[in-house]
Design a protein around this ligand. Sequence first.
Ligand code: GDP
Ligand code: IMO
Ligand code: MG
Length: 419
Amino acid sequence: MVMAIVGLQWGDEGKGKVVDLLSEGVDMVVRYQGGSNAGHTVVVGERKFVFHQLPSAALYPKDIVISGGVVLDLEGLFDEISELGSDLKASIHLDYRAHLIMPYHKLLDRLEEEKKGTLKVGTTQKGIGPAYVDKVARIGIRVSDLMDKDNFADKLSAVLDMKNAILSQVYKVKPFSFDEIYLKYLSYRDRISDIVDDATYLLLDAYNDGKEILFEGAQGALLDMSMGTYPYVTSSHPVVGGVGVEAGFPVNLIDRRIGVFKAYTTRVGEGPFPTEVEGSIEEFMRERGGEFGATTGRPRRCGWLDIPALKYAIMINGANELVVTKLDVLSGLSEIKVCVGYRVGGKVSDRFSTESAFLRGVVPEYVVLPGWSEDISRVRDFSRLPDAAKRYLGFLEDRLGVRISMVGVGPEREGILRL
Ligand code: GDP
Ligand code: IMO
Ligand code: MG
């Protein structure tokens, strides 16, 4: 059995919790794209773990894999490993193809955002975009480069010459010292030498041995570099298809393609958001849902569910199973709106477009459903949900045309209903 768990909105759908739940019987869990821009929360009893680069299954004794499509912040990875300490049960495999986030990537992420003016994306400033830019420009430094000391020195020296020219001449900031970065990364190299692997063969061998594999997407479909709301996107492919190109694992072997979405919508950073709400409803969602970034602490923008956007995300992922999270957050609203189409001119359509001008111009067509007042966070059986909550889920399943297999009613492991 192979699963992929991906976000269907603009990230933070609750993927971490779902991965933690579904990875229990799985042999291998893989992060295949993105990097430390991700913040995946797992709540176990009184404790909260936020995974950034390690898969959210690191609390189980199993194999976890960071594939070649990831851009890796080694310092952040070491911090994450040491914070987990004895909680880290898994053994880590790091693909030799993964690109390294270097100190200049983080600095450039900030400087470029400051210079962009109206083109600002509102990135997490973790160096993700600049590291992927170097990958595409073929001047990225990979894990394998670092493993070969002389090769690393040559590459770093050449790339640093280019980066320092930009930093000092364009941004007028102090250039980086070669020696400092070189020595620091050599010490990192010693710490990763035991975990460097060929993840592609590792995964295929595991599959051929009948092992269960779970691919954990970061971000969400609407942040996909090609298929998301460009330019307000991340620089990788968080969709199911990303597994093929970023981990070298054939996508036709993925049996369960599980799309996760919140019972409402959130977005962090810039970009169009047709169903965004302001005022008391936004406050309600943000406060009750704790809608502050797990990586940056920024308040998340909030709004109603958007069926055209979700249908698009389901389509581009080929999702065959859905998980709804945070249904409990909506308790107490007398009515709940769902956007079922976009009005443009005189016409209503449920087709999504990633064009900012289109999304900013549409008027959402809402269906208003009755809310419920009961606290559902301790419900553990679907049949015990209030009728209005069941009706809301039924409405969504009907409109989306894909089976909902689980519903989240609380952040902790137990806060899930299996349908
Ligand atoms: P991810 O990036 O998709 O893994 O999601 P985040 O961890 O960034 O954000 C999801 C937040 O919602 C976290 O604080 C989770 O603990 C929390 N969460 C997940 N599922 C539920 C749920 O069903 N109900 C509530 N109230 N919180 C949830
Ligand atoms: P998880 O995995 C929510 C957003 C940023 C910004 C845009 C580009 O926790 O769901 P980047 O730093 O990637 O260049 O930023 O993407 N973004 C996320 N939003 N959840 C995430 O990850 C995100 N990762 C990036 O806010 O708008
Ligand atoms: Mg998150």
